[in-house]
Design a protein around this ligand. Structure first.
Ligand SMILES: C[S@@+](CC[C@H](N)C(=O)[O-])C[C@H]1O[C@@H](n2cnc3c(N)ncnc32)[C@H](O)[C@@H]1O
Length: 235
């Protein structure tokens, strides 16, 4: 059985009892830690689950999924995803591959940023398309998210902006040279996101939003001690 288990949003204790029991039954446990992160270390998770975790980076999930799925038709294997396994990320390739290999799959859901964002006071019913804001580079400054925000605002809907996480990524140069040298991890903060949003508005000038637009910044949602929700105009 391949268990696809959501870990929730904050720490080792956010796993559900069902998820915890499934992890306990598994021979191998993979932790997907590149699309979202928990606020505790891998070691803390291992101690709480009583299991060694294998870090599954993007390369492993996207190019070596057969390694994850090895023997999963006979033994229990867990694939842990922060938040909910189907909240923003789907890991469709892994699931399709498992189905092709006739491996039974069970998903154990958990809270996701996609629903927990309701903690800021805005009605989930009134959110439009969710967008991702990627880190700009010197020569790559994509702005397709701008159109989604504009469409949402024209309909009177809020936009959930997910901010980029870069874990174990190669620079373009190292990628081109095939060098497996990885950049230090980076996590986009709210200020960086605002700077990028305003840069695009400055170029497009279509008034999707302005520096006066009220925005809500949310950090570490779900953490009992460190959660921060702050609403301010961007100027
Ligand atoms: C791809 S999405 C999340 C997918 C995850 N599977 C889920 O269901 O929550 C990852 C992004 O969501 C946002 N996010 C996730 N968890 C968060 C949290 N606890 N507090 C604030 N933002 C969070 C961050 O912008 C992060 O880069």
């Amino acid at each position: 059985m391949l268990y696809i288990i959501g870990l929730g949003l904050s720490d080792e204790k956010d796993v559900t009892i069902k998820g915890f029991e499934a992890i306990k039954s598994c021979e191998r446990v993979y932790l997907e830690a590149y699309t979202s992160i928990l606020m505790v270390s891998k070691e803390k998770l291992e101690e709480f689950y009583g299991k060694e975790l294998i870090l599954a980076d993007r390369e492993m999930v996207e190019s070596q999924s057969d390694e994850i799925l090895l023997n999963a038709d006979k033994k229990n294997v867990a694939f842990l995803v922060v938040g909910d396994p189907f909240g923003a990320t789907t890991h469709a390739d892994l699931i399709i591959r498992a189905k092709e290999l006739s491996i039974p799959i069970q998903t154990i859901h958990n809270a996701s940023i996609m629903n927990a964002v309701g903690a800021c006071g805005l009605q989930l019913y009134n959110f439009g398309q969710t967008i991702s804001i990627p880190f700009f580079t010197d020569n790559w400054r994509p702005d397709s998210f701008y159109d989604r925000i504009k469409e949402n605002r024209n309909l009177g809907l809020h936009t959930l902006c997910l901010l980029d996480i870069k874990v174990k990524e190669q620079s373009i140069e190292n990628l081109a040279r095939g060098k497996k040298i990885y950049e230090p991890p980076r996590y986009m903060n709210v200020n960086q996101a605002i700077e990028q949003l305003l840069e695009i508005e400055e170029q497009r000038k279509e008034n999707a939003y302005t520096s006066e637009t009220l925005a809500i910044g949310i950090a570490r949602l779900g953490s009992l001690t460190e959660q921060l929700i702050k609403a301010e105009c961007t100027s």
